[in-house]
Design a protein around this ligand. Structure first.
Ligand SMILES: [Zn+2]
Length: 191
């Protein structure tokens, strides 16, 4: 039986690199991986997943309105999908996570979702919340804080270098940057 995997981490833990490497393994064996990423993330242009170390691949885009079950059924009729990869999976809605579960359990296609566990206030994203609750396998991708501890938290830093303590979960078009930190350093700056 196919399974639903959730690879979760803070920022810059190599999620896209890991996704692209795994998708390539399917391509290399003559199989068909299909990649989706969130439309609101246009850091690397539309319809593309790119990693910091230079790998990239074209991708289907999803918005909160995309019916993933319907879209994937249509794609699967053209040519059978061997594995489905979802980047920026924190932006999935609850309903879309349920649609992916349909794909796993009823279409028998493995789904590998990659996303942030929490936002800059340490609250879960909707997609991550349900993936953490419902996935078959949870795999943490690790990165490190400036102090050397595991960094599981994300700090939003404004243009003056200060930690941001309130605001929208998804910032569009600002100058803020993000830094992954351990819980201790996150708590000192944000809580
Ligand atoms: Zn630290």
């Amino acid at each position: 039986m196919a399974q639903l995997y959730f690879y979760y981490s803070a920022m810059n833990a190599g999620k896209s690199t890991s996704l692209l490497q795994s998708a390539y393994n399917y391509t290399e064996r003559g199989m068909r991986p299909e990649i989706f990423t969130a439309a609101l993330d246009d850091r690397f242009g539309k319809g593309k997943v790119a990693s910091r170390i230079g790998l990239e691949s074209s991708a289907n885009l999803f918005t909160p309105k995309t019916d993933l079950q319907d879209t994937i059924q249509t794609l699967n009729k053209e040519k059978v999908i061997d594995c489905l990869f979802i980047d920026e999976a924190q932006f999935l809605t609850k309903q879309q996570v349920q649609q992916l579960i349909y794909v796993v359990d009823n279409m028998n296609i493995p789904v590998l979702a990659y996303g942030l566990r929490t936002d800059f206030l340490a609250e879960t994203f909707e997609g991550s919340r349900y993936l953490l609750a419902w996935a078959d396998k949870l795999i943490e991708l690790k990165t490190i804080c400036h102090c050397g501890r595991k960094a599981a938290f994300v700090v939003r830093i404004d243009e003056h270098g200060n930690a941001v303590k309130e605001g929208e979960q998804v910032e569009v078009g600002g100058n803020d940057r993000y830094e992954s930190m351990c819980r201790k350093h996150f708590a000192e700056l944000v809580w």
